[in-house]
Design a binder for this molecule. Structure first.
Ligand code: ATP
Length: 343
C-alpha cells in the first residue's frame, strides 16, 4: 500500500537537530521496527487496492488507553489528491501514519482504504520484509540485488535504488491493483534493466550526482561506503519510491535545513511522484505544501483547522501564524537558507 516514503523531510516547526535530516528514512525504518501489536482476524481477506482512497472516520486512539493521542479525527483523501498534515510537535501527525500502516488499531472509529475497513483485512506487511539495512546497501546496482522472497535478507547487499523491499510497495503498471498478499514482493525479472532505475534517478534529480561517483550506481553507501548528504539521501529515497510506484504515497518531510536549490530540486521531485497519486504528507516546511488539496492542522490529537493554503491564510488562525513564523525564520540569516516560499 503504502509507500512510506520516507524521505522527505524538509521542515521542522523549528529546526530540530540536523541529525534528523534524514529522518524520514530513518524514522520510517524505525517505525517498521516497532512491534506490531495488532492481530489479523482469522479468515481476514487481503486488502485490495484500487484507486487509493483513504478515509478516517471518527478515529480515536491512545498509546495508553486512558490518554488519547487522537480524538475523533475524520478526513478523506480522494483518489489522486494530496493531503498535508502540519502542526506542533507531539500533536499526533505520526500517529495518524502509524494507524494507517496499522501498527495499531483505533480504539474508536474506522480507517478505510478503497472502501475496506483495514481492521477487517489482512495487514499489509509493509515494512517487515524491508531488510532495513540501508547503510549496507549498494546505491544502485541491478546485479547484486537478487534478494529473493520477502524475508531474511539480512546481510545481503542490495541496492538502494533497486530493491523493492523498502516499504511494502508493489511494483506494477499504472493501474495495477495491488493485492495485499502478506508482504511478498516479487523481484521484478527486469530488475537489472538500468533504464528504469536511471529514469527514476533522473526524475528524482539524483542521476547526475550518482553518475559522478566513481562507481556510479554501484556505489555502496553507509558505514564503509559513501556518505550521502541529507539532500542526496532524500532524493535517493524519492527515486526508490518512484520505482515502487505505490498507489498511496506517505511522505514524512525531513526537517533539515537544505540549501535553496536542493530544496527546490526535492520539491520538484516530490511534485512529480505525487501527481495524480493519493498522497498523505507530514510537512514541516510549509512552503512545500501550498499546493496540497487540503491541509489539516493537527494539534493535541485533534484537527484544529482544515482547508487549502489560501483558505487557512485567510482564516488567520494557527496555520497563518505558523506561516508567518516560518517566513521570519527564513529571513534570519542564522536560520536556514530556505527562501522558496511560493507566494
Ligand atoms: P512530531 O512533529 O514531533 O513528529 P507528531 O505530531 O508526529 O510530532 P506523534 O509522534 O504522533 O506526534 O505523537 C503524538 C503523541 O503521542 C505525543 O504526545 C507522543 O509523546 C505520544 N506517543 C508517540 N508514540 C508513543 C508511544 N509509542 N507510546 C506512548 N506515547 C507515544
Amino acid at each position: 500500500i503504502i509507500q512510506l516514503y520516507g524521505p522527505l523531510n524538509l521542515f521542522g516547526t523549528s529546526y530540530r537537530s540536523l541529525q534528523k535530516n534524514f529522518i524520514d528514512m530513518e524514522k520510517m525504518l524505525d517505525l517498521f521496527q516497532e512491534p506490531v501489536e495488532i492481530q489479523d482476524l482469522p479468515e481476514a481477506k487481503p486488502l485490495v487496492m484500487s484507486g487509493g482512497e483513504v478515509v478516517f472516520e471518527n478515529v480515536s486512539f491512545g498509546y495508553i488507553p486512558q490518554n488519547p493521542n487522537l480524538k475523533s479525527v475524520s478526513f478523506k483523501i480522494p483518489h489522486g489528491k494530496k493531503l498535508a498534515l502540519v502542526g506542533p510537535s507531539g500533536g499526533g501527525k505520526s500517529t495518524i501514519l502509524r494507524l494507517l500502516f496499522r501498527f495499531y488499531d483505533p480504539t474508536q472509529g474506522r480507517i478505510l482504504i478503497d472502501g475496506q475497513d483495514i481492521r477487517m483485512r489482512r495487514r499489509i506487511q509493509s515494512g517487515e520484509s524491508s531488510g532495513v539495512e540501508s547503510s549496507r546497501r549498494v546505491l544502485l546496482s541491478g546485479k547484486s540485488t537478487k534478494a529473493s522472497g520477502g524475508r531474511g535478507r539480512k546481510g545481503k547487499s542490495s541496492s538502494l535504488l533497486s530493491s523493492p523491499e523498502v516499504a511494502g510497495i508493489t511494483e506494477g503498471g499504472e493501474d495495477a491493483d495491488v493485492e495485499g498478499d502478506g508482504g511478498e514482493y516479487e523481484e521484478d525479472e527486469d530488475w537489472e534493466d538500468d533504464g528504469r532505475i536511471q529514469a527514476a534517478a533522473e526524475a528524482a534529480q539524483i542521476h547526475e550526482i550518482i553518475s559522478r561517483f566513481p562507481e556510479a550506481y554501484a556505489t555502496r553507501v553507509g558505514e564503509r561506503g559513501m556518505r550521502l548528504s541529507g539532500g542526496e539521501k532524500q532524493r535517493v529515497a524519492i527515486a526508490r519510491t518512484i520505482l515502487k510506484n505505490p498507489p498511496i504515497l506517505l511522505l514524512d518531510e525531513a526537517t533539515s535545513a537544505l540549501d535553496t536549490q536542493t530544496e527546490r530540486d526535492i520539491q520538484n521531485s516530490i511534485e512529480s511522484i505525487s501527481k495524480d497519486r493519493t498522497t498523505l504528507m507530514i510537512a514541516h516546511r510549509l512552503s512545500t505544501i501550498v499546493d496540497a488539496d487540503e491541509i489539516l492542522v493537527i494539534q493535541k490529537g485533534e484537527i484544529a483547522e482544515q482547508g487549502s493554503h489560501e483558505e487557512l491564510m485567510q482564516a488567520g488562525g494557527i496555520y497563518a501564524a505558523m506561516w508567518m513564523q516560518q517566513l521570519r525564520e527564513d529571513r534570519t540569516p542564522a536560520g536556514s537558507s530556505h527562501s522558496s516560499q511560493k507566494d
